[in-house]
Design a protein around this ligand. Structure first.
Ligand SMILES: [Zn+2]
Length: 455
């Protein structure tokens, strides 16, 4: 079977002129499923040809516009023609457009408001940035050329250049304020590291976080430290985007990195941040696991283990109930009985349990010391229906940074490259890149994080 695909203009005065776009032929025998419908190359060719025919027709239409002069209002005539090569989602098109000149005053106009040196459409720019935000530049370039008749700017280097440009634009974008104000907002800031490709530094510090409202509004933000990106400005914009007003109560959670507090203050969150329960619970969990692994091969040890397991539970209860000061008592009691595990033999792969417990308790102790000013009565907050932290913090770092820039793939980053790509990734997750992607977040419930239930 053979078909001719014809594009027919349907405006009243066009007289139904048509342009043959493409001939498609296919066997009528459907015995082989591979014969069913268009192939990928045909689909790509079809899109590319329809695009060029459409653009040519649009260029013809543009000529007829004949604008009035911007300075004197007189009639314009065509001065000369310019050929533009523009990369689109469906192939690179050639567009011949006129420049006009005023008949009376000689003023020139192009009648197009394209950005200077415009070589691609916003649609293509956005898709390139979106794919690059989700996968390595090389893979993104492959996906793009595999599925679409995109034929220009598909090298990983070009894709990177375009993506970073979009990242720069996203960084400067103003907040889009919602119609309704938020009564309470939780802000979480955390830091993580990626590998640097620059000489003299091994890692780059990345600060990430999110803001959440009680009704499920959420925005993520992130920036690499010591770049042109102002993290405080990003936090301020995120707060405004979810509806912060002068009456909003903002509560901040951090993991204790000292620089984060001044950043929060700069963003207008002046109340001192609370130590995130999630980070404490994680450390306590390590101690509990180590305690439950202690050996009971001697009568004295069995007794000591029972006492230690109970003390670690008490430690958890004390911190959860805002009695972290008494945690020292618990730690002392554990230390006193630890000597019976001297010479304890470890498992070949998991190590010596008592040494692990010692290490885990040391971690808890250190954390309590460094965070003492920021510990609160978590139980009380929890009972009042307030957040005690957020288990999504680690998740935020994970999906914003690690999944694209992670350690596993041994990727190395430049400070600027990582920072601007991060702006694109945040925009993708916030649903702010282009239209039609929508918000990728599910509204989260207002109840406490899962780890709080362990308390
Ligand atoms: Zn004029």
């Amino acid at each position: 079977m053979r078909w001719v695909l014809r594009l027919v203009e349907t405006e009243a005065d066009s007289l139904g002129r048509g342009v043959d776009v493409m001939v498609i032929s296919r066997s009528r025998d459907l015995g082989d499923i591979a014969n069913l419908g268009l192939t990928l190359p045909e689909g790509k060719q079809l899109l590319a040809r329809v695009q060029q025919v459409m653009v040519t027709a649009q260029a013809h239409g543009h000529v007829v516009l004949r604008p009035n002069c911007l300075s004197c209002g007189g009639g314009c005539h065509i001065k000369d023609w310019r050929l533009h090569q523009v990369a689109t989602l469906f192939g690179t098109v050639a567009v011949r457009l006129p420049r006009f000149r005023c008949a009376s005053c000689g003023h020139s106009t192009t009648c197009i408001s394209w950005p200077s040196h415009c070589r691609s459409t916003p649609g293509l720019d956005q898709l390139r940035a979106h794919l690059s935000a989700l996968m390595p530049y090389r893979v993104a370039a492959g996906v793009l050329t595999h599925l679409l008749p995109v034929d220009a700017g598909t090298s990983p280097e070009t894709l990177r250049g375009h993506t970073l440009k979009i990242g720069e634009r996203l960084r400067e974008a103003p907040a889009v304020k919602p119609a309704t104000a938020a009564s309470a907002i939780t802000v979480t800031v955390d830091s993580t590291f990626i590998r640097s490709c620059q000489d003299g530094e091994r890692h780059l510090e990345v600060r990430v976080g999110n803001v959440e409202t009680s009704d499920g509004g959420r925005q993520v933000f992130g920036a690499v430290a010591r770049t042109d990106t102002d993290i405080a400005a990003l936090i301020r914009r995120s707060l405004e985007t979810v509806g912060r007003t002068a009456d909003t109560v903002s509560t901040a959670f951090t993991d204790g990195c000292p620089g984060l507090r001044s950043i929060l203050a700069e963003a207008g969150v002046t109340k001192p941040p609370i130590a995130d329960w999630f980070h404490i619970a994680m450390r306590l969990e390590h101690a509990k696991q180590a305690a439950s692994g202690l050996s009971t091969d001697e009568p004295g040890r069995a007794q000591a283990k029972t006492a230690i397991v109970a003390e670690v539970e008490r430690l958890h209860w004390r911190i959860w109930n805002g009695k972290a000061r008494n945690a020292q008592l618990t730690l002392e009691r554990i230390r006193k009985v630890m000597h019976v595990f001297k010479g304890e033999r470890g498992h070949r792969t998991t190590g010596v349990p008592s040494r692990k417990l010692w290490h885990a308790l040391h971690e808890v102790d250190n954390y309590l010391h460094s965070q003492s000013a920021r510990l609160v009565n978590y139980a009380e907050r929890y009972r009042a229906g307030l957040r005690v932290g957020t288990s999504v913090t680690e998740g935020t770092a994970n999906f914003l940074v690690n999944r694209r820039m992670n350690k596993v793939q041994q990727m190395r980053w430049s400070r600027r490259g990582a920072d601007l790509l991060l702006q694109v990734r945040c925009a993708v997750y916030n649903g702010a890149l282009g239209s039609g992607f929508g918000h990728l977040f599910e509204p989260i419930s207002t109840s406490g994080p899962p780890l709080a239930t362990a308390a």
